[in-house]
Ligand binder design. Structure first.
Ligand SMILES: [Zn+2]
Length: 421
């Protein structure tokens, strides 16, 4: 694998040279320090550019990229019923093309790793690897309390895990438990054991709506979803919980003590009117690890993490009546290094030894024409179209906003759209 030298690029406002070798960042030095490179190294002059770690979308459903606008202006439960109807029509071919569309959008908007929660996982893997991304893919557990379906999924999960172990270009394999209201308790416990025996992360939708809380309390002796999962021994630092929107003080204490990763999906929550008071400060102070996600395109309509970052901050500041919450540095961490910590991967930072997932940001435009800090201008002024080039696993996967094969990806995907009509 060839090496790449990014010359004179701003890293946290310091003009720097970044050397990438064997897919990793091997050196970061001030721009006036020479870096020895091999003869075949690609040297890229990045004057006028800034580097950011590739963003990590910690909760999404990539295969829903062609379900935008299918459930607008209806309640969460009406929406999910509609989506499940649509999803009953999809197959492997559909998911492959839909995931390619999602990957294309993620690259264009600066995401290099996504924590996916979708069907037909081998297709998600194939699509993401073809486009050069770093996917985290799940076998999804969802039995709707049907014992036969539970048995089928147990067998399929084991088979898929075996298959994934043999993939040449490995994706991180995780276990996704859809939610407490859609997965039976025995299957959920089986899935947790399966994951822990193999050191796999567990990805679950948790405390997303008020109805989920009410139904759980009615069914489980007054326990909230967080208390219920904790009573079963499910919660731990290997759990990535999407939403965690409706929480009591005791729930926050539990999530903190168990060092659960809580993923805020602001746009999805806002549009489905699930809620907007994500208890960021309380969860952080209690010890939870906080990350950001877009959720799937059926609810958030796009996969743009820069939009997610900005909206998360705006809503948090507004409902708390406190502009000092969710600082620029915290926003950046939530979209990068906190995710690396949750996934157990050395991603989300630009430093020696880290995986080389780097965004090259064009700062020679009006969004950055101010003495304001780079992060302030990037998060509040610019949009994802300032992402000029993207490096993932040490390779350019977008240059000057061109992703190889973009037109073909769209054209091929259009052909399978009819499957969900
Ligand atoms: Zn979701």
């Amino acid at each position: 694998m060839g090496s790449v030298l990014l010359k004179n690029i701003a890293v946290e406002e310091v003009a720097s040279n970044i050397l990438i070798e064997q897919g990793r960042i091997s050196n970061v030095v001030p721009a006036d320090v020479d870096v020895a490179v091999s003869d075949d190294a690609e040297v890229v002059d990045c004057t006028g550019k800034a580097a950011l770690p590739g963003l990590v979308n910690m909760h999404t459903h990539a295969g829903m990229s062609m379900m935008r606008g299918l459930g607008e202006d209806v309640s969460f439960h009406e929406w999910i019923d509609r989506i499940w109807q649509v999803e009953s029509k999809i197959d492997e071919e559909y998911v492959y093309h839909a995931t390619k569309v999602a990957c294309l959008e993620m690259i264009k908007t600066g995401t290099t790793t996504f924590n996916d929660h979708y069907w037909h996982m081998p297709m998600g893997h194939k699509a993401a690897i073809e486009l050069g991304l770093r996917p985290v893919l799940a076998y999804v557990i969802l039995d709707h309390n049907d014992p036969q379906e539970a048995e089928r999924q147990k067998v399929q999960c084991q088979e898929m895990y075996q298959e994934a172990m043999n993939w040449a270009d490995k994706s991180q394999f995780v276990i996704a438990i859809h939610a407490i209201y859609s997965v039976s308790e025995p299957l959920m416990l089986w899935a947790v054991d399966f994951a822990r025996e193999r050191g796999l992360k567990i990805h679950i939708h948790l405390s997303e709506t008020r109805k989920e809380i009410e139904d759980c309390k009615a069914q489980h002796g007054g326990l909230s979803p967080v208390e219920y999962l904790d009573s079963l021994g499910v919660l731990g630092d290997d759990v990535i919980a999407a939403h965690t929107l409706w929480l009591s003080e005791n729930d926050i204490r539990i999530l903190g003590e168990r060092h659960v990763t809580c993923v805020h999906n602001v746009n999805s929550n806002l549009k489905l009117a699930s809620g907007y008071k994500f208890l960021y400060t309380e969860l952080r102070d209690a010890g939870a690890n906080i990350c950001l996600g877009t959720d799937g395109c059926a609810s958030s309509n796009n996969l743009d993490m820069f939009e997610t970052i900005k909206t998360s901050a705006m809503i948090q500041k507004a409902w708390r009546d406190d502009p000092s919450v969710m600082t620029l540095a915290e926003l950046k961490d939530m979209a990068t290094v906190n995710a690396g910590k949750a996934l157990g991967q050395n991603i989300g930072t630009i430093e020696e030894g880290a995986e080389a997932d780097i965004l090259i940001i064009d700062t020679e435009n009006y969004n950055f024409l101010s003495p304001g800090s780079f992060l302030a201008n990037m998060i509040y002024s610019a949009h994802s179209d300032c992402v000029e080039s993207v490096i993932c696993k040490g390779k350019f996967i977008m240059r000057q906003r061109v992703v190889p094969g973009e037109k073909e990806i769209i054209a091929e995907a259009r052909k399978v759209l009819k499957k969900i009509l």
